[in-house]
Design a protein around this ligand. Structure first.
Ligand SMILES: *[C@@H]1O[C@H](CO)[C@@H](O)[C@H](O)[C@H]1NC(C)=O
Ligand SMILES: *[C@@H]1O[C@H](CO)[C@@H](O)[C@H](O)[C@H]1NC(C)=O
Length: 929
């Protein structure tokens, strides 16, 4: 959603509050803080390495079956903390540091973890005056007392060290100093003696101004910060959301990466500025090991990254690992405004292990309904119900598949969510039923700001029940957003959670149906009149928590409640679908995420890959970007390339700003329409693969969209690649993201691997003589989407393309069997009703396919699961087959034995077996004769 309009709509307001809203076409950086403009970031960033005043009192050590704890003291001011280290199942340690007896409770994050993590057993294996070592499985933690440091070992190798650089900082809550009559030398000396000179000297410690906004900071300085050194890591990844390269850059000469959910107008590319979401999860990867760190803190956070090249002697811990050996290392320094230090260390050792370990903590994305992974058509706005009907019918007329129509804010009665514009959407139920009759769905927007309008039931309920977030004076917070003067539901309040979830019931949300799904936008939250376009940090939530403490989980809670609402609406029968802009660790359990208000230019198309990779490795697999770019209008070539690229990204939706030209596919020339149709058909034909990958993500945490190093972890050439990626372990995708491209440079990973062009079946062999991959120029014309199937895999597809994916569930399957150098291949197919939760009761089929020698078999992975699918096997295509075969035999219990024709294309090394016609609900064996 957004903007331009915002500038006109609230111009008066803007003058009053002198908030800049810049109508030029890039972000107004002045609207957003730098680290230097933020007192806690500034203070923490100035901490000098190598002088840590923190010491652990090992004489206070207490040992439990899964954890140890002890007192930690800051010798500059004698503030006391509790240190706790626990062992968690799945190669994970958790470290918590909090105040021993704070004068006010410190906020601990809710709702990000899927549940209380399962503890593992731990035992002390060594204790001296200077350190204690604990062991959990093959992992050890060596905790040093003075200065405090925690080194984590896996299989005897040092992998992560915390506070190795001595940047730990925990600003305990304190009483506000009395204003001094005179700022004499005595006071300054006193402060210095207490080691608090940074706070005393910082005019922003107790109150802070930014532009015209004043932050009262009633509880004063409360920052927490800590450094982590990753031994052997070449790069760090994750900590979305930023419009930057996938491999994080050194921030030595820039601001740190910022995590603070913000509605950034026309965001700039390739920089560490904050965007709509914040996932404080970082992955460090090297050829020998991959590890992850979850910094569980919901306050504004900045992250500095240093890589080996930036090391100073003091910052490198290599010297006590292996002397002068130049072991690569990445250092990260997390700085949060408040909260506690609560860190999870996932020790790998492989990327897929880290994904599993991390999603064990924060959850995986539940399997979406089948329609949700198909194509979505959106714009701000479809004008009225006739427009919706017209657009939908044009999709049919032009033979373009479509599953979902979307309505942005203008569908409501004056931006009152859960209502409809009476004139333009007078028959919403019939409109939706018309879509449903064609197998399609509707998504409508529901934002968390509430119009302050005495005739709006939601406002009246919220106001009278105290459901709004409060300002610092304790009155309902009011800010400016789409409806004008608005207040914001306080999702921390359990009563609000229940009330809001109920709004989604069919009785309450008149005009909605079971096929109406939800888009939660503007949930950073966006407040046009607020500091940095969001809520004041001294606003107050349920429980007395300041907004400062929970800011980054506001969107998470918003989508959690929406999810519960949709779940209850169908009495737990149908899987909800929600799209969210704001997000945090754990958001994947509730919603898909898109990259917000991008623009119609090539660089924005290009950055969709690194942005979605960063989200994917941080647990958020269901990611996409507005096709065509939200702002401005794409030309024919750009829209074509965007459709082609997005057809191979998890969430596939076209969307556009209200001031852009209409851009439905038929509004371009015949050729463009034809190529877009092809891209859509490619997506639809591969939906069985997408669906299987989403199910496997739900089971294992493996991202649907993966960086090359997830499958080729030791291949250093893959580490910085972010213009191509893998879908599962089966397809390699390199979208064309440059104008007038006549070729793309594709890196094919894996010594000894074969990659097959999905269009020509041409084989690209990677030599097994070298340790790296192979780089090739692949020629492209406007129709070409460079996608390659990995030899050794089997890809399921459906070649009949229906008007909507949900109508294709019974259609027959084609299997693409791509052989590796040994002439073998394997793969899986997942099948269920595409809609309900019955799969949780065993109503599904999960097939294990194997090709070896001359035989392809299909076996059930879960013998007790069953699903009566009508789908059958229509075709088997064996890619890379060396010689002619003319007959094959299919056998199954239900069908007996049949002999089939096979045809061989010797130029393409392609063997096609037609109509095995066996049911996918049976186990079967296909043999080449
Ligand atoms: C629903 O479809 C029917 C038949 O095409 C059409 O006459 C009617 O106007 C549609 N209703 C809405 C609300 O779009
Ligand atoms: C081929 O088989 C050999 C011997 O079993 C094995 O070492 C190799 O990993 C296999 N290659 C592939 C690509 O699976």
């Amino acid at each position: 959603m957004k903007k331009i309009r915002q500038c006109f709509g609230i111009v008066l307001w803007l003058i009053i509050v002198s908030l800049g809203c810049n109508p030029v076409q890039s972000v107004d950086r002045n609207n957003f803080k730098t680290c230097e403009q933020s007192s806690f970031c500034r203070r923490s960033r100035r901490v000098k390495p190598g002088q840590s005043p923190y010491q652990l009192h090992l004489n206070t050590l207490s040992v439990g079956s899964s954890s140890i704890s002890a007192e930690l003291v800051n010798y500059n001011n004698l503030a006391k903390f509790k240190f706790e280290l626990s062992a968690i199942k799945e190669e994970t340690f958790r470290m918590k540091i909090s105040e021993l007896s704070p004068i006010r409770p410190r906020y601990e994050v809710e709702s990000a973890l899927v549940s209380e993590p399962e503890l593992d057993t731990l035992k002390i294996i060594e204790q001296t005056a200077d350190h204690v070592t604990v062991q959990a499985g093959a992992n050890e933690a060596k905790v040093f007392a003075a200065p405090f440091r925690v080194d984590l070992y896996s299989h005897g190798q040092l992998v992560i060290s915390s506070n190795a650089r001595g940047l730990l900082k925990f600003e305990h809550y304190r009483k506000k100093p009395e204003p001094k009559a005179e700022e004499g030398a005595g006071a300054a000396e006193e402060a210095e003696a207490a080691g608090e000179e940074d706070i005393e000297a910082d005019p922003g410690a107790w109150e802070e101004n930014f532009k015209s906004h004043h932050d009262t900071k009633p509880y004063g300085p409360a920052a927490v910060a800590l450094d982590f050194s990753f031994v052997g890591a070449h790069h760090a990844y994750g900590i979305p959301e930023h419009a930057d390269s996938f491999a994080l850059k050194s921030t030595k000469n820039t601001d740190p990466y910022r995590l603070y959910n913000l509605d950034v107008f026309e965001y700039e590319l390739w920089n560490p500025m904050a965007l709509y979401g914040s996932v404080p999860f970082l992955i460090a990867h090297g050829p020998a090991r991959t590890v992850g760190v979850l910094w569980l803190n919901a306050a504004e956070t900045w992250v500095d990254i240093l890589s080996s090249g930036d090391q100073t002697v003091v910052s490198s811990i290599v010297n006590f690992v292996s002397g002068s050996d130049p072991t690569p290392q990445v250092d990260a320094h997390f700085i949060s405004e408040t909260g506690i230090i609560d860190v999870f260390f996932n020790l790998g050792p492989r990327p897929l292990d880290v994904f599993r370990q991390y999603t064990k903590l924060t959850g995986t994305a539940p399997l979406p309904q089948y329609f949700a992974i198909a194509y979505h058509q959106s714009r701000w706005n479809y004008n009225d119900q006739d427009d919706v009907r017209m657009v939908e019918s044009k999709f049919d007329e032009h033979d373009l598949p479509l599953d979902v129509m979307w309505l942005d804010i203008e569908h409501t009665d004056n931006k009152k969510y859960f209502t409809w514009d009476h004139l333009r959407f007078s028959q919403p139920t019939e409109m939706t039923q018309n879509l449903t009759a064609h197998g399609r769905k509707l998504v409508v927007i529901v934002d968390p700001h509430i119009k302050r309008d005495g005739s709006y039931f939601l406002h009246n309920d919220a106001e009278s029940n105290g459901y709004y977030v409060k300002n610092k004076e304790g009155r309902d917070f009011e800010g400016w957003c789409w409806p004008g003067s608005s207040s914001y539901l306080d999702f921390l309040n359990p009563a609000v959670q229940d009330y809001y979830a109920q709004r989604y019931s069919l009785d309450n949300f008149k005009g909605s149906t079971e096929d109406t799904y939800i888009w939660n936008d503007m949930n950073e939250p966006s407040v046009f009149s607020g500091p940095e376009v969001t809520m004041h940090k001294d606003c107050v939530h349920h429980g007395g928590w300041e907004h400062r403490e929970i800011h980054n989980i506001y969107a998470l809670l918003n989508t959690k409640v929406t999810f519960n609402g949709l779940f209850r609406r169908s009495e737990g029968k149908l899987r909800p679908f929600i799209l969210t802009r704001g997000h945090f660790a754990g958001s994947q359990r509730y919603a898909a995420v898109w990259t917000g208000d991008n623009a119609a230019d090539w660089a924005h198309l290009r950055i969709t890959v690194p942005m979605c990779l960063s989200l994917s490795v941080s647990g958020i697999s269901f990611c996409g970007a507005d096709v065509g770019g939200f702002f401005r209008s794409p030309d024919e070539e750009l829209i074509t390339r965007w459709y082609q690229a997005a057809a191979f990204q998890p969430f596939f939706r076209s969307h556009a700003h209200i001031d852009t030209k209409r851009r439905e596919p038929w509004l371009f020339g015949e050729e463009t329409l034809g190529v877009i149709r092809e891209a859509l058909r490619k997506r639809y034909s591969l939906l069985p693969l997408w669906y299987t990958l989403f199910r496997e993500h739900e089971l294992t945490g493996a991202p649907v969209m993966q960086p090359l190093w997830a499958q080729f972890p030791t291949e250093t050439d893959t580490f910085a690649i972010d213009d191509e990626y893998l879908l599962g372990d089966r397809l390699l995708v390199h979208p064309v993201t440059e104008a007038e491209a006549s070729s793309v440079t594709v890196y094919f990973p894996g010594p000894g691997q074969i990659w097959y062009d999905m269009d020509s079946y041409e084989a690209i062999h990677v030599s097994s003589k070298h340790s790296g991959g192979r780089t090739e120029q692949i020629p492209v014309n406007i129709r070409k989407v460079p996608v390659f199937q990995r030899g050794g895999t089997i890809v399921p597809k459906k070649e009949r393309i229906r008007r909507a994916a949900s109508l294709s569930l019974d259609d027959p399957f084609t299997l693409l069997v791509a052989l590796d150098v040994n002439g073998t291949a394997s793969g899986t197919v997942y099948i269920d009703d595409g809609r309900s939760y019955e799969y949780k009761q065993g109503k599904y089929l999960y097939l294990d396919l194997k090709f070896e020698g001359k035989t392809l078999t299909s076996r059930f992975i879960d013998k007790n699961s069953k699903f009566p699918t009508k789908a059958w096997l229509e075709r088997v295509v064996i890619i890379g087959w060396p010689s002619a075969v003319s007959k094959a035999r299919i056998e199954s219990k239900g069908m007996g034995t049949n002999v089939l024709e096979a045809s061989y294309n010797s130029a393409a090394h392609l063997l096609v077996v037609r109509k095995p016609a066996v049911s996918m609900a049976e186990e079967w064996t296909l043999s080449l004769l």
